[in-house]
Design a protein. Structure first.
Lengths: 785, 163
């Protein structure tokens, strides 16, 4: 293991604080986001929704709306011409409203004002139906059935033999060893329950799109703030009825997503395509913040029920758990996300006997989807509070309990995957314990709390791991293209998208490293589905660790073609040729003197020679990793090619009289594998800490019968610069044969442990088991009652 | 109802016919093509629509355009109109103080406005000065550092944009 140190690696560009390649246009305000698109003759598109759910629409009266000047087209759920149901689980337009995001009619108008007036003037009649909103209600024997495909529980296990509200495709069991035997061996057994609410990704840019006909190539063209360009194209083609070869999607600068701009943006572009087809005019749709909160997917709400047993010495013998999440009315994610939840359902601990069941239930709420972590922030919250409770019951130190049970090299995970790679978790723990003065502070805070009446202090450490990339959830394949031009500049492109995380910069660094050119020579061309092939989704923190593998392959192949060219030119061998800062050199200083007095050849000269000689200047490469052997019936096998490890220590002050929490310090360590860009890794970590802080303390989608009560940022409270703690970041590197240049995931690991460690610190301050997020003012007062 | 608005935007006198109830944000974006001013929430909470009006920051999403007669309005486009970056913009790039970039114009303007009011703010005062802007990506740390670097005159340029 090693602490990352600046300027201490063998690379020229990798591991360096390279400035963002897309920084300039962003600070100037000239970066073009989807809402910044305007077209001659365009119409504004909008949605008509109702405010109670579920409901059956009986009539829609559009006469008043159609009389408003500037209203061009209204398509309701009763019109037969438009496509209503999307290729996925969601509806573009529906007469059976299941949740607050469902749309019963869509409108196109000349102005925003006419659009707003039209939406308000459309009269919708409906019959309200009995709904189901919570996990507990959905699982009741006599609960109304929300979805035809829902199944029930037989002996506590989801089964197709019975009707119910369980989404069977999202059910994943883990069966390792024999938990009954494990509990028999245990001296201490505890059972605990935890709950977490829906929260929003709360990217600052609301969803937006433009759909138009491109006369140049005849395609229906969509531009949007989409996390996954090809996934969005699927909706565009589906709603328009055009083949994918005539459905073109162009990625615009994305104003944040964190998992949120997937289905919602897809359905939005579908609605715009339907309006475009009906009007033959460009359609622009931009969500208001309120619509964004209603429409977009949320981080799943979860109910956890855990039982854990250990011997007196603190060795965990068995863990049993039921992890049930609220899917909402439609779902396209829980069936993938719950697999990750199940794989990590026993934490980063080497436990011989594991039995967990993870499944989602349909309700009439907002739909659960992807949000940074993809189940891990929820599972880790429950798991780590459970560990603290077990330590308390054993009379053992929290950290020592973890030290005794963490996964090490040659451990078996909950899925019985043998960890063969280096595991640096214990070293990371020790470094953080030292840096944060953990034990000294712990004692200080406990002494302080004995005498302090209103103010209480707490500190807590959590340890986690995360499977990097998609693992056995899918195939982590990807492709990339690189092209050199005769002036020595290069264009790179891939099917994956810049989400703001810095993918363009990382990919440019990878290409620059392989070729020996400077960063300013490289232009990242963002996704145009007519110009590059699908590389899978930009999800699961796979962008750099797995997604960039093809960028590296393509760049290395081009670099080799060029080196061969230079070597041949001077009758020498490839291994003697190197390129640095846009010039080729002979390592043994044997450059032909008559060619160049400074004994080097410009990269651009080689580009130019190759162009006129008809030699290859572009490469497209594909990367497909080894497939993982995994049995989904038992949850046993190789889940991920590599894991990233994270340790986090949070410190809090709680005013128990008013319930206020101040997070004073967060110390966070991340095993990056290989650091590609330290400043950008830190940016992910700072952002991840503050996002985790919101999850821990303030954020919750408040629902009443499926209606969102806090639908803007005046009531859905995000952390501001005033709320941030002192943050101490520690970057580690470790050896792995996986990942681009050995890089592991960063984006999601940076946030997944934060809420758990803050909740743990609150628990320490109050000497209570924090069993719910967020730790709101009210919840603190309740704990102290 | 439509009316004529005469005002100054980025040092240019403009006369534009507007709806009487139009928001300044919509006039800037839809009518004047100043797209660096963003809409994040529409209720004055996120600060993505920050502009500087008569030397003070304001949320253009809750500012009535009709009230802007004879005002001095500055948007993000003002800063680099001569082709050079403002020190605050350079500092944001150097400090990795942006990710998705959507909130960035608002933060840059708030940072500049803060230093004009208080050329030597403490870190706490910087945090307070930026608290009207929300960023979901960066966790604010590198943004605060970017403002500190301009405060500490690491950029050898005059950052004043108001007389």
């Amino acid at each position: 293991m090693s602490l990352f140190e600046h300027n201490n690696n063998k690379y020229n560009v990798i591991g360096k604080d390279i400035k963002r390649v897309d920084g300039l246009e962003k600070v100037k305000g000239t970066a073009l986001y989807a809402a910044d698109l305007y077209k001659q003759d365009m119409l504004y598109g909008g949605n008509v929704r109702i405010k109670e759910y579920p409901a059956k629409i009986t009539n829609i009266d559009t006469s008043l709306a159609l009389s408003i000047p500037g209203v061009v087209k209204i398509i309701t759920c009763f019109d037969t011409e438009a496509k209503k149901h999307s290729w996925a689980d969601y509806c573009y337009i529906t007469d059976e409203v299941k949740f607050c995001g469902d749309v019963v009619a869509i409108v196109a108008a000349e102005t925003k004002k006419a659009l707003d007036q039209a939406i308000k003037s459309i009269k919708v009649d409906y019959e309200l139906q009995e709904g189901v909103y919570t996990v507990a209600d959905a699982l009741k024997e006599d609960a109304p059935i929300i979805r035809e495909k829902g199944v029930g529980l037989v002996d506590g296990i989801p089964s197709k033999d019975k009707k119910g509200n369980i989404f069977i495709d999202s059910y994943y069991p883990i069966r390792k060893g024999d938990v009954e035997e494990g509990f028999k061996k245990s001296d201490v057994i505890i059972e605990r329950e935890y709950t977490v609410p829906f929260i929003d990704q709360a990217y600052i840019e609301p969803e937006a799109c433009m759909v138009y006909h491109d006369p140049k190539d005849g395609s229906i063209t969509g531009e949007a703030s989409a996390q996954n360009p090809f996934f969005t194209r699927r909706y565009l083609a589906d709603a328009s009825g055009y083949p994918m070869s005539e459905s073109r999607f162009i990625q615009r600068t994305l104003g944040g997503t964190f998992g949120g701009k997937e289905e919602g943006v897809g359905v939005q572009i579908g609605r715009a395509a339907i309006l475009h087809k009906a009007t033959r005019r460009p359609i622009k749709m931009v969500n208001s913040r309120e619509e964004s909160l209603m429409d977009s997917s949320k981080r799943h709400a979860f109910n956890f029920k855990y039982k854990i047993g250990a011997t007196k010495d603190g060795k965990i013998q068995a863990i049993e758990g039921t992890l049930v999440d609220n899917c909402g009315a439609y779902n396209n994610q829980t069936q993938f996300m719950n697999w990750r939840a199940s794989v990590h359902s026993a934490g980063v601990y080497d436990i011989p006997n594991v039995k967990t069941d993870t499944y989602g239930v349909f309700t009439n709420n907002v739909h659960g989807g992807a949000m940074r972590g993809y189940s891990s922030p929820q599972v880790i919250f429950a798991q780590e509070q459970l560990m603290n409770e077990l330590a308390k019951e054993l009379g053992m130190d929290n950290v020592e309990l973890r030290r005794k049970n963490i996964i090490r090299q040659n451990s078996l995970t909950a899925t019985s995957q043998l960890i063969t790679e280096e595991v640096i978790l214990e070293e990371m723990m020790d470094e953080l314990l030292n840096r944060s003065d953990y034990y000294k502070k712990k004692k200080e805070y406990e002494d302080f709390n004995k005498t302090s009446k209103n103010l209480k202090k707490g500190i807590s450490l959590v340890t986690v791991y995360r499977g990097a990339g998609l693992g056995a959830e899918g195939v982590d394949a990807n492709g990339a293209f690189i092209q050199a031009n005769e002036d020595g500049s290069l264009i790179i492109s891939t099917g994956m998208a810049e989400n703001g995380q810095g993918l363009q910069t990382a990919y440019a660094q990878i290409a620059a490293e392989a070729l020996g050119v400077t960063l300013d020579k490289i232009h990242f061309h963002s996704v145009d589905t007519h110009a590059i092939a699908d590389s899978g989704m930009t999800v699961a923190s796979r962008g750099t660790t797995m997604g960039a593998q093809s960028m590296k392959l393509a760049s290395e192949k081009l670099a080799m073609l060029f080196k061969e060219h230079v070597a041949q030119k001077f009758c020498t061998t490839v291994d003697r040729i190197s390129c640095k800062d846009n010039y080729y050199y002979d390592n043994e200083d044997n450059f032909p003197a008559n060619y160049s007095s400074d004994k080097r050849i410009a990269f651009k000269d080689i580009c130019n020679e190759r162009l006129w000689a008809g030699q290859q200047l572009a490469v497209y490469e594909w990367f497909r990793p080894a497939l993982n052997q995994y049995d989904h019936h038992t949850g046993q096998g190789t889940a991920f090619p590599t894991y990233t490890y994270n340790v986090c220590i949070s410190e809090v002050e709680v005013d128990i009289e008013i319930g206020d929490i101040k997070v004073t310090k967060v110390t966070s360590a991340l095993d990056c594998g290989r650091v590609i860009n330290p400043n950008m890794v830190k940016g992910q970590m700072y952002g991840g800490i503050v996002m985790g802080l919101g999850y821990a303390i303030t954020e919750e989608i408040e629902l009443n019968k499926g209606r969102i009560l806090n639908d803007n940022f005046d009531s859905y409270i995000l952390p501001t610069s005033m709320d941030i703690p002192e943050m101490d970041l520690v970057l580690f590197e470790s050896e792995t044969k996986e990942g681009t240049y050995g890089a592991k995931s960063v984006g999601e690991p940076a946030t997944e442990a934060i809420a758990a460690s803050i909740a743990g610190a609150v628990g320490h301050a109050l000497d209570k088991n924090v069993d719910h997020l967020p730790c709101s003012l009210e919840s603190i007062l309740k704990y102290m009652d | 109802m439509r009316m004529q608005l005469n005002t100054t935007v980025n040092d240019v006198a403009v006369s534009v016919e507007i709806e009487q109830d139009a928001r300044l944000l919509d006039v800037l974006r839809d009518q004047l093509g100043l797209l660096g001013t963003k809409e994040g929430c529409g209720v004055g909470e996120c600060g993505a629509c920050t502009v500087i009006i008569n030397g003070k920051t304001a949320n253009s999403c809750i500012t009535l355009a009709a009230s802007m007669e004879d005002c001095d309005i500055k948007t993000i486009e003002y800063l680099s109109k001569d082709g050079e970056l403002h020190p605050m913009q350079e500092s944001f790039i150097d400090n990795s103080a942006l990710q998705c970039g959507f909130c960035t114009p608002g933060f840059v303007l708030s940072g500049i406005s803060l230093l004009e009011r208080n050329p030597n703010p403490t870190t706490e005062e910087i945090k307070e000065g930026l608290s009207g802007n929300i960023c979901r990506c960066t966790g604010y740390e590198q943004i605060i550092k970017a403002v500190e670097d301009v405060r500490d005159k690491k950029y050898n340029k005059d950052g004043a944009i108001n007389e």
